[in-house]
Design a protein around this ligand. Structure first.
Ligand SMILES: C[S@@+](CC[C@H](N)C(=O)[O-])C[C@H]1O[C@@H](n2cnc3c(N)ncnc32)[C@H](O)[C@@H]1O
Length: 267
């Protein structure tokens, strides 16, 4: 790939392009084990409800716009982006993640999606006003850059865990609980660039096997705080507390905030 100033960037054999700025990048994102756990869990289905809810909103917005482009920021393995593209057949997608193992999956996520390795905190390698929908699903939010890449009237979907998300698994120290003030803080970080349209609440209980419960802990931030034995204890303790043997009823509680890019102030 070549940019307008003549810089060349290699497309990796696995299909992604690294557009990380600077030399050594201190942020690596999710590691190979976390990404593998994420891929296995999503293939098994307990998060399908969340995936379909986010994809449905993104596709609804995309279908209302000409030649729509959907950008997923911190896209992980690209399952949310792929599901949205599937529901909006005229759309194209770009997935961005700083993690190389994620980018490898992302490159295969959907025929209409491209995969880029970049750090959302150091400026997005995308043109201004190129996207109709931006999605940030359990990933870092850069409001200034997201506002820049959205076309006028564009939409930003931000999915965050709400109170009691995965609560049954949070019975031992080190399993991350949900900050109850997250919604309040989210609004504060968006400033006046975005106007809230709606908060879509996904609330469900899904039955998960012990393996699936382990995958949930292995793919998320808890994997950084607890080793595999400690995570196994968290799963055991959750099953014991629920007097469950084969399946644990697990709470999914996710808020999907839909924001519209504010019109620039009149001069
Ligand atoms: C909790 S995962 C969520 C992934 C995906 N959106 C999902 O919900 O399945 C957070 C993702 O953000 C990526 N990430 C973390 N920091 C990042 C950064 N500064 N720039 C780009 N991606 C980042 C991680 O590599 C990881 O894939």
């Amino acid at each position: 790939m070549r940019c307008s100033s003549g810089h060349a960037f290699d497309i990796a054999r696995q299909g992604y392009v690294s557009l990380l700025r600077g030399g050594r990048n201190p942020i690596h994102g999710d590691d190979a084990a976390m990404i593998a756990a994420r891929e296995e869990l999503f293939a098994r289905g307990p998060y399908r409800l969340v995936e379909q809810a986010i994809a449905g909103i993104a596709a609804r917005v995309a279908r209302s716009r000409p030649d729509p482009v959907i950008v997923d920021l911190g896209a992980g393995i690209g399952n949310y982006l792929a599901a949205a593209l599937e529901k909006a057949p005229a759309s194209h997608g770009i997935g961005i993640d700083v993690s190389k193992p994620a980018a490898r999956r992302l490159a295969r996520a959907h025929p209409r999606a491209g995969a880029i390795i970049a750090d959302v905190w150091s400026g997005l390698p995308l043109a201004s006003e190129c996207a109709d929908v931006a999605m940030t699903v359990f990933a870092p939010r850069n409001a200034v850059e997201t506002a820049r890449i959205l076309r006028p009237g564009g939409t930003w979907l931000i999915a965050t865990p709400a109170a009691r998300h995965l609560a049954e698994l949070a019975r031992i120290d080190g399993v991350l609980g949900i900050d109850e003030r997250k919604g309040e803080r989210l609004a504060a970080t968006l400033g006046d660039r975005f106007v809230e349209q709606e908060i879509h609440e996904v609330r469900a209980t899904v039955d998960v096997t012990p393996e699936e419960a382990s995958l949930v802990l292995a793919m998320g931030p808890t994997a950084r705080h607890l080793d595999p034995q400690q995570r196994a204890r968290a799963v055991e303790s959750a099953f014991e507390a629920a007097a469950a043997t084969t399946h644990l009823p697990l709470t999914l509680s996710v808020d999907i905030a839909e924001y519209r890019l504010a019109a620039p102030p009149a001069r």
